[in-house]
Design a protein around this ligand. Structure first.
Ligand SMILES: *[C@@H]1O[C@H](CO)[C@@H](O)[C@H](O)[C@H]1NC(C)=O
Ligand SMILES: *[C@@H]1O[C@H](CO)[C@@H](O)[C@H](O)[C@H]1NC(C)=O
Ligand SMILES: *[C@@H]1O[C@H](CO)[C@@H](O)[C@H](O)[C@H]1NC(C)=O
Ligand SMILES: *[C@@H]1O[C@H](CO)[C@@H](O)[C@H](O)[C@H]1NC(C)=O
Ligand SMILES: *[C@@H]1O[C@H](CO)[C@@H](O)[C@H](O)[C@H]1NC(C)=O
Ligand SMILES: *[C@@H]1O[C@H](CO)[C@@H](O)[C@H](O)[C@H]1NC(C)=O
Ligand SMILES: *[C@@H]1O[C@H](CO)[C@@H](O)[C@H](O)[C@H]1NC(C)=O
Ligand SMILES: *[C@@H]1O[C@H](CO)[C@@H](O)[C@H](O)[C@H]1NC(C)=O
Ligand SMILES: *[C@@H]1O[C@H](CO)[C@@H](O)[C@H](O)[C@H]1NC(C)=O
Ligand SMILES: [Cu+2]
Length: 462
């Protein structure tokens, strides 16, 4: 299949994936690498460029998972059965009861079950483009015995910093530089581990294979230990370390026109577990927003906008969620074209005592500046004074850490209707998202070939 599209993007590493139901998880995804224009060079050097996609894997189909999430009683998808490093995972097949005719499918000598290996030539420097498209898991990625220098995040150059493990959230992309400068007579482990959730999923394993060692030769050491799953301090520190690279700083507007605070809560609505933003749990209407907006189909979705905030004074973000009054909704936020909008993602306790989760929020159609991260309840008066307005990184996906907040700023300068949602597949399915619309009058005439869903049926002209 051939796609044609026009790029108005920074050179760098991006992702594409399905966005219908929970299809992404079933494997419809990949990465897009935008090359530099001829004659330009990167602000760092390397010998080889390699791509690694991280994922998690469930044995249940996405349809079964979605059915469970909509069922009463609610059936949570649970932790993944495997972690994949570039499509290869591990699973103890003897714990499965599979027909004997199928045993060849799942055994360690089957070449399809061999771990991913990254062949490296001693002394060379590798640019690894690492992306995560996990359904649920926040990951720690590590190469035994080697440090990584982070140089790119979501298509923007980063002021380089060194890490032993990279924390990466679903929807994010990073480039790191790694030099193959260790003992070349052996191989090393590449690992991925779940953080932020108490999962017992087997860690992801791949081989950092020094040429000319045999790629199947197991490293003589044990894989490096995983970070403590519930210690969010190093994760916050790494989020805060990501700044724009000098020479590549896009200064943000110093003031914003509108501030929207998004309280992230878990609620029970009509007997089902849902995620909500300011008491509203998102549901997708049958009619596509852009067509509805362009064609003035005012019955296609709720014309009342959802709230710009929550009850700051009385709401205790550390307390088990008791609000039984969240509602389902499909209203949207209308932004003035070209205005500067601040978004504060405010995390809170879930319906489980002493529990707050990490949510990677992803914005379509824009890059935003990441102005800051904080712990506890966002303070409207004092926290904005601590914003980084000097060299904030621009990204399209950002985590809000447990019991914390994350502040973003973007310019509403891309005509259209755009989703902003948690990149955890089941969370978005359970309502964790919103839609922004701006500059609809600037959107050209829509082709009739895209009509046909919901109220646009009558507009379809083949
Ligand atoms: C794999 O599962 C089998 C059966 O449950 C168990 O006996 C065995 O110890 C497991 N192997 C490993 C390496 O965990
Ligand atoms: C493992 O898989 C290989 C390749 O498919 C097959 O030749 C072999 O018979 C399988 N071994 C067992 C024990 O099933
Ligand atoms: C990696 O960085 C750590 C912390 O800065 C340092 O202690 C260690 O020696 C470095 N390892 C390598 C292989 O450079
Ligand atoms: C992390 O969880 C463990 C139990 O798995 C608990 O003992 C420990 O106190 C927790 N640490 C933090 C920082 O919450
Ligand atoms: C929708 O409403 C706008 C503003 O009232 C108007 O300019 C536009 O022509 C209308 N479009 C259609 C397709 O009716
Ligand atoms: C959410 O619902 C609770 C309980 O009804 C209420 O106290 C709070 O003000 C509501 N918040 C918003 C943003 O509507
Ligand atoms: C929730 O809604 C019900 C019915 O509308 C109302 O009786 C109740 O007081 C509300 N609860 C809160 C906490 O607002
Ligand atoms: C949008 O804002 C920029 C400055 O940030 C300005 O140069 C541009 O003219 C504005 N465009 C419109 C259509 O208002
Ligand atoms: C929950 O957190 C509170 C403090 O916020 C603490 O006092 C309590 O011990 C914690 N409970 C559990 C079960 O960890
Ligand atoms: Cu989420």
């Amino acid at each position: 299949m051939t796609f044609q599209f026009f790029l108005n993007m920074q050179p760098g590493t991006y992702l594409y994936h399905a966005h219908y139901g929970m299809q992404r998880e079933a494997g419809l995804y990949g990465s897009i690498i935008v090359a530099l224009p001829d004659g330009q060079s990167e602000p760092f050097t390397y010998d080889y460029d390699r791509n690694i996609i991280l994922n998690d894997w469930y044995h249940k189909s996405t349809y079964e998972q979605a059915a469970g999430l909509s069922a009463i009683p609610f059936q949570w998808v649970g932790e993944p059965q495997s972690l994949l490093i570039h499509g290869r995972g591990r699973f103890n097949c003897s714990s499965l009861t599979i027909p004997t005719s199928d045993t060849g499918v799942c055994n360690t000598t089957n070449p399809d079950c061999a771990p991913f290996r990254l062949i490296v030539v001693p002394g060379k420097t590798y640019r690894l483009r690492i992306s995560s498209l996990t359904a649920l898991s926040a990951l720690s990625f590590q190469i035994e015995g080697h440090n990584m220098t982070v140089v790119e995040a979501d298509g923007h150059y980063v002021e380089p910093f060194v890490v032993q493990n990279l924390f990466i959230y679903s929807g994010e992309t990073y480039s790191v530089l790694v030099k193959a400068d260790q003992d070349p007579t052996r191989n090393y482990w590449i690992t991925s581990n779940i953080v932020s959730r108490p999962a017992n999923t087997t860690p992801g394993l791949a081989i950092f294979n020094y040429y000319p060692n045999h790629p199947r030769r197991s490293p003589p050491t044990s894989p490096p230990a995983a970070p403590v799953w519930n210690n969010s301090r190093p994760r916050i520190a790494q989020s805060q370390a990501i700044k724009a690279r000098p020479g590549y700083i896009h200064p943000p507007p110093l003031l914003s026109d509108r501030v929207i605070v998004f309280l992230n809560t878990q609620n029970r609505i009509n007997g089902n577990v849902r995620w909500s933003v300011n008491n509203v749990s998102f549901t997708l209407p049958h009619t596509p927003y852009l067509i509805a907006l362009k064609e003035n189909l005012t019955h296609a979705f709720d014309q009342n906008p959802p709230p710009d905030g929550y009850d700051f004074v009385n709401y205790d973000i550390f307390k088990e969620q008791e609000n039984k009054n969240a509602t389902l909704g499909n209203g949207i936020y209308r932004l003035n074209f070209n205005s500067t909008v601040d978004i504060i993602l405010q995390n809170a306790n879930t319906m489980t005592k002493n529990n707050s989760e990490t949510h990677p929020w992803h914005l379509h159609g824009h890059d935003f500046w990441v102005l800051g991260y904080g712990e506890g309840k966002f303070d409207m008066f004092n926290d904005p004074r601590k914003y980084n307005l000097v060299n904030p990184i621009m990204k399209n996906t950002v985590p809000v850490h447990p019991y914390g907040w994350t502040a973003l700023r973007f310019k509403a300068d891309n005509p259209g209707a755009w989703a902003f949602h948690c990149h955890i597949e089941s969370h978005f399915y359970m309502g964790m998202g919103v839609v922004f619309a701006e500059g609809i009058e600037k959107v050209g005439n829509l082709p009739s070939s895209i009509m046909g869903c919901g109220e646009t049926q009558g507009l379809y002209r083949p």
